[in-house]
Design a protein around this ligand. Structure first.
Ligand code: MLT
Length: 266
């Protein structure tokens, strides 16, 4: 684990392996540890960097809304410090929102994209109101209450019922998030722009992955991204929910490593 001072934040990240850089951006309200299985799968062939986004893990909490653009700029500043000019970005859910913001801000820094269980749309007014209610709930009641509300939406029913160690791992990440960090991310996500119009402009090779049981960003969102991003590939992981990389690591890593291997010959 390492720490860098970027844009006034103390930013926590891990780095493993050597080779072409791959940056993995976690979802809400998780941290870099969600990528453990992917770091293990890639560290022998790639330089894998997994930051904790602002307000998550051991990275500083900011009291304002943490917008997707702020988080994208944090990642860019971290990569500047690590002397990484261009990388492949792999991201799940909120990490995907941050990655799309990154693509708009710094398209030349994106070698390739893996967009997992995410979507390009902005929130509806109803979703924004729900985020604000959830932010206040987190601040008033703490993250245990958030974990109980979120877990049934994050994981496929079969994962929840039959895989207690996965449920415990996801719960622990949520409990390790500070309520102030979660509230700032919720307010930032509520303000995010619609990125649908960006999709046809993405020229980087793109792999889209989604769990067939993803209740938060359902397969239809991934199908839309697949239609709009030229030449993209879509992999649907049967039986996985929203946290497909943890729920079905073998299938997820197969898709990831095949995609990265194909990039080497392009
Ligand atoms: C995530 O997994 O990052 C969040 O569920 C995304 C969201 O709430 O939109």
């Amino acid at each position: 684990m390492a720490t860098a001072t970027v844009r006034g934040l103390s930013m926590n990240y891990t780095e493993a392996g050597a080779g072409a850089p791959v940056v993995l951006l976690h979802g809400f309200p998780f941290n870099h540890s969600m990528w453990r299985g992917q770091v293990e799968a890639l560290r022998h062939t790639h330089r894998v960097i997994t930051p904790d986004l602002r307000g998550h893990g051991a990275t500083s909490v900011t009291s304002e809304a943490a917008t997707m653009e702020e988080m994208a700029q944090d990642v860019a500043a971290l990569l500047d410090q690590l002397e990484v000019e261009r990388a492949t970005f792999g991201a799940l859910s909120m990490g995907g929102y941050v990655t799309l913001a990154f693509c708009r801000l710094f398209p030349q820094r994106v070698r390739a994209l893996i967009l997992a269980d995410t979507r390009p749309h902005a929130d509806t007014n109803e979703a924004r109101a729900n985020r604000e209610a959830m932010a206040q709930h987190a601040l008033a009641e703490g993250m245990a209450a958030i974990a109980e509300t979120m877990l049934p939406k994050l994981l496929a029913p079969a994962t929840l019922n039959d895989q207690p160690e996965i449920t415990a791992r996801v719960r622990e990440m949520i409990l390790n998030t500070q309520p102030e960090g979660a509230a700032a991310a919720l307010r930032g996500m509520a303000r995010r722009r619609d990125q649908t119009s960006l999709l046809p402009e993405i020229l980087a090779p793109t792999l889209i992955i989604v769990g067939s049981e993803d209740a938060l960003t359902p397969p239809a969102d991934s199908e839309l991204m697949h239609r709009e991003i030229r030449g993209s590939q879509l992999v649907v992981i049967e039986g996985a929910g929203h946290v497909s990389n943890i729920e079905r690591p073998t299938e997820f890593n197969d898709a990831l490593t095949k995609f990265l291997r194909a990039l080497e010959v392009r």
